[in-house]
Write a protein that binds this ligand. Structure first.
Ligand code: NAP
Ligand code: F7E
Length: 326
């Protein structure tokens, strides 16, 4: 049985990665960090099929122990302080866990299991203010501590590939969303608020910049692309995205319209959601992964939105029932 280790398994993408590797016959091992409350909601449905160990990207010894005990064929580093706005508040922590955390994973593998294949979850945020469409040859211009840390982790991954001949790759993913998306990212914030407004549980939605454009995919499609990258014969770096960009305003319009609501009646501007430096437009040129690894997304933008709305309407309905004591 092949073995895969996943950091960030309790996160949105990590949970889909775990499902994909299980479906492909792998033994799945996840690194989870200790938190004061449960952080395993996204993997509850596969809890009995996977193996979890406590550890943290800030701790080399915990990563080394994880690798020594599992001796994995594949190691995917999908853990991060992944919130761009928050990275301005905790720049050192963000840099330590993303840039140094990635080095800790690579170094622990180099010492203990250099034949293990490695994938680092890099990001379109590295392109920052570089004009769209962005592909593997676009120069980086990071615009946040998060993006700066990811650029460092990206180049470290390439350096270990070149210096030690490790099978180490980067996925350069554009934004990916799903019903499992963290509640403070803009798409989930919008679908959740619209559903709660529909059920009379909320009357305002506070947001920042509505003009930025993002290339949104379903996280399941991105996780599938990551699987293709790390199981390919040769290590390499690939942009993953839908190739289409929409503004936050467009996303709002579509979601609220589907619920027969007018977003302008509910959305309130709040400057606390602005970033010191914004990324205006991210839109992928996904030619390389389509041509080399034959990746094709399963979900359209509309299907992604529908799945998120359906999920959040069910949650809002349950919340309403509990509130009304039914
Ligand atoms: P997410 O939902 O925020 O999940 C992040 C995961 O990392 C969680 O499992 C979290 O644990 C874990 N984590 C955070 N800090 C850690 C630490 N110090 N030690 C160990 N684990 C830690 O993020 P995501 O959307 O799944 O993204 C997965 C990866 O892809 C991240 O590296 C992210 O930066 C990158 N990425 C994401 C996107 C996107 O649009 N989603 C795009 C490009 C790249 P808890 O559950 O305990 O919080
Ligand atoms: O913001 C604007 C905000 O936080 C998208 C992460 O997964 O994707 C994600 O980073 C846009 C920005 O995602 C609010 O200013 C307006 O322009 O959903 P987001 P992100 O910053 O693009 C990349 C690829 C990653 O790698 C990251 O890990 O929406 N926006 N009002 C808002 N954003 C938030 N969060 N909240 C608002 O109220």
């Amino acid at each position: 049985m092949n073995k895969v280790c996943i950091t960030g398994i309790t996160g949105q993408t990590g949970s889909y990665l775990a499902e994909i590797f299980l479906q492909n016959g792998y033994d799945v091992y996840g690194l989870i960090r200790r938190t004061s409350n449960f952080n395993t909601q996204r993997i509850e449905h596969i809890f009995d099929d996977i193996n979890l160990s406590y550890g943290d990207l800030s701790s080399f010894s915990s990563i080394q122990k994880f690798i020594q005990e599992t001796q994995p064929d594949i190691f995917i580093n999908a853990a991060a302080q992944s919130h761009v706005r928050v990275s301005f508040d905790v720049p050192e922590y963000t840099m330590d866990t993303i840039a140094m955390g990635n080095i800790r994973c690579l170094e622990a593998l180099r010492i203990n299991s250099p034949q293990t294949r490695y994938l680092h979850a890099a990001t379109s945020e590295m392109f920052g203010s570089a004009p769209p469409p962005q592909n593997e040859n676009t120069p980086f211009h990071p615009r946040s501590p998060y993006a700066c840390a990811k650029v460092c982790a990206y180049y470290s991954t390439i350096n270990y590939r070149e210096a030690y001949k490790m099978h180490a790759s980067n996925s350069i993913s554009f934004n990916h969303e799903s019903p499992r998306r963290g509640h403070t990212f803009v798409t989930k914030k919008i679908t959740k608020a619209a559903a709660r407004i529909k059920y009379g549980l909320q009357d305002k939605l506070r947001l920042g910049n509505l003009d930025a454009k993002r290339d949104w995919s379903h996280a399941k499609d991105i996780a599938h692309a990551m699987y293709l990258i790390v199981t390919a014969d040769k290590p390499d770096d690939y942009v993953i995205g839908s190739g289409k960009a929409h503004s936050i305003k467009e996303f709002l319009e579509i979601v609220f319209k589907k619920l027969d609501l007018n977003w302008e009646d509910y959305v309130v501007f709040d400057e606390k959601y602005l970033r010191p430096t914004e990324v205006d437009v991210l839109c992928s040129d996904n030619t390389k992964i389509k041509e080399k690894l034959f990746w094709e997304p399963e979900y359209s933008f509309e299907q992604l939105i529908d799945e998120m709305i359906d999920h959040d309407l069910k949650e809002a309905r349950n919340e309403k029932l509990i509130r009304d004591n039914v």
